[in-house]
Every structure is written in C-alpha cells, then in structure tokens.
Design a binder for this molecule. Structure first.
Ligand SMILES: [Zn+2]
Length: 361
C-alpha cells in the first residue's frame, strides 16, 4: 500500500493510492472527480481507499488496484463568479472528459515493427513509455496524458462521475459490459447505456476502443459509473457505494473479501439510441413533474416551463411530454432553462422523441 503524489506541469498534484503489487493481475483502476464538481465519486472512492487499507494487513489484496478519489486538481480550483466550474477547463474551454489520447494511433507505428512482441504487458509498457515521452500542449492535455499513463493496460477501468440529478447509472460498451455485469447489482444501477462510440474519446472509451482499434485480443473492460447527482454527497451513500465497489473487486478476483452473492440486478440495458433527451421547447423556468427513477409512458407530462416574459398567464405555461415509455433516470438540476436544453433523460424503448447517436458535451 502506498500513496503517490504526482505533480503535473501546472504544479497541481494528483494523489494516487496504490494497493497490491505492480504487474499482478487483475489490474484495476478507479478514478473520481474527472468532472471536478461530481464529487459523490470522490467521497465514495475515499471510503473505498479506507476499506482497501483494512484489507492490506490480512494480505487480502489479490491484484493491483490504483484509486484516485479526485483525479482533477485543475478543475477542483476553478471558480467563476463565485460558482464552482468543474466540467470544462477554464484555460481552453474543453470538456475534461473528451479528447483523451488516441492510444491506437500512437501505438500502431510501434506495433507494426517487424518481430515486435504484441503481448498485453508489452503493449501496456510501450503505451506508458510513449505517454511519458510525448509532449503535450496545455494543462488539460497534460492532465489527461497523466491519467492515461496511470491507467493504461489495466484490466478494468472505472471512471466514477455523477449526473445532475440522477439515480445510479452506467455507460459502457457491450464488450466491456460482459466483464462488468455484477457492478450493476453491487451499485443498484437501474440503467446501463451501451455504445461502442458515444462521444469524442471520453476516458472509458479511450481505453476500450484502443485495444479494439489495434485488433488485439486483450482488452480493457471500462465504464463510466454515474453515482447519482451533483448534490448527492453523503456519508451513508458514500459508504454504501464503497462497499459495493469493494464487493465488485471481490467478484473480479482483485481482493479476497467476504461478500454476499451479487444481487440480481434490476437493470435495464439499453443502447444509446434508446436514450431520450427531453428538450425544453422554450426558455423559462422549469418545474419537474416526475421524480428521478419514476416510470413514464408515452405522452406523460414530465415538466412544465413557465415563460415570465409572456404577459398572458393562461398561455405562459408549456407542458412537455415524453415521446416514449421508459424511466426518468436523470434530470437537469438548474431551474432556469434555455430553449433546446435537456430537461431530463429517459431510458426508453420504441420509436419517438429525439434519438441519440452521440452524447452531448
Ligand atoms: Zn461527468
């Protein structure tokens, strides 16, 4: 067990907690706080570090585990007009969870070399070497390169986030999900969204897709785990989430821990196309009518928007209906909304509504 302080070129420090021995598999990497305001992830992983620390004395760590409760010290200190801003970098405007290094593109020239050893450990070592040597432009890219270096070659990568107001849900790919299934039951995730490519290289896909793109049989099983909403930071949920994660580490053989069998997950796995973003048809004040986690049927009014600039009160309210059956698993957290912004997300089925093919920023 060790604690590593990694100093970025910006002078900011990432704290990484290491358990087990380097090179022992499974290698599991967990990080929280990449979107620096989504800190239900941070308090859960802090609790997980404590739980893992208790296992060290009993030699119950079977693999290599690296945990970063908050991996984004740059975003953590970003305040604008007195409000914290953790999703986008104030230095360049980019989303912290987009544009991670394209490992396949970086490794392909090396792996094309004749008589190269393409074993998983060798590919992991080469990738880390390239990441260490390459230059980066700007603090955000330097942070992303460091996070990729720490995690590259892991068997499991779990990037822990939070949505705005939400129940626990998970983004992953079909190939990854086959190896991560028990995570849903352990964390009581009701919704799992599966996509091969959902956006411009978020952290989890930068891992899973790289191995696929290189055509290598080994792969990293990765996911983005959304631990409820921005305000859901509590001792009780943090400790429950940490215990769920610990039991998942037991499921995959990374730790030896007494745990009940994985619960049968009450989970709906959907494709990105089955995700409905209900958009606000106008600017105004949003009043949600459906709680997070509640089922809806096509035509249900999920919210009403009040336009205070309309002098006629009888026409100032606009009802917004879902266009599919499903479950509201996330809602927008602010109550002043612009036309076109998402009011809520529905895990649905069937046609209707705006079908998603990419996640927004
Ligand atoms: Zn996030």
């Amino acid at each position: 067990m060790s604690v590593e302080n990694l100093v970025l070129p910006s002078g900011d420090i990432i704290v990484a907690h290491r358990f087990g021995n380097p090179g022992i598999r499974p290698f599991v990497y967990l990080q929280g706080g990449l979107h620096a305001d989504e800190v239900s992830s941070t308090v859960a992983l802090e609790q997980l570090v404590r739980l893992l620390g208790e296992l060290v004395g009993g030699s119950c760590i079977r693999g290599e585990i690296v945990v970063l409760p908050h991996c984004n010290p740059i975003g953590l200190k970003q305040f604008l007009l007195g409000r914290h801003q953790g999703r986008f970098s104030l230095s360049d405007g980019s989303n912290f969870n987009r544009g991670f290094p394209d490992m396949a593109a970086m490794l392909r020239p090396v792996l094309d070399a004749p008589s190269a050893d393409f074993g998983r450990d060798r590919v992991a070592e080469l990738g880390r070497h390239i990441l260490t040597r390459q230059g980066t432009t700007g603090p955000t890219r330097a942070l992303q390169a460091e996070l990729m270096r720490l995690s590259w070659g892991a068997d499991y990568v779990i990037d822990v986030h939070a949505d705005m107001e939400a129940s626990v849900h998970i983004y992953s790919s079909a190939v990854s999900w086959a190896k991560l299934r028990t995570l849903a039951g352990r964390l009581s995730a009701r919704v799992v969204i599966l996509a091969e490519e959902s956006a411009d290289r978020p952290f989890d896909e930068a891992h899973s897709r790289a191995w696929q793109d290189l055509g290598l049989p080994s792969s990293t099983a990765s996911c983005t785990l959304e631990l409820r909403g921005l305000s859901d930071v509590s001792a009780k949920t943090a400790s429950n989430d940490a215990l769920g994660l610990l039991h998942f580490l037991g499921d995959i053989g990374a730790v030896e821990v007494a745990a009940p069998s994985p619960p049968d997950p009450d989970t709906t796995a959907i494709s990105l196309e089955d995700l409905e973003f209900v958009e606000s048809p106008q600017s105004g004040i949003v009043m949600h009518l459906v709680d997070v986690g509640a089922p809806v049927t096509k035509g249900d009014i999920v919210a009403r928007i009040f336009d205070p600039t309309n002098p006629r009160l009888d026409s100032a309210w606009t009802d917004v209906a879902t266009q599919r059956d499903g479950c509201v698993f996330a809602r927008w957290h602010q109550r002043v909304i612009q036309a076109g912004m998402p009011i809520c997300k529905i895990a649905g089925s069937g046609l209707g509504g705006k079908r998603e093919t990419r996640l927004s920023d």
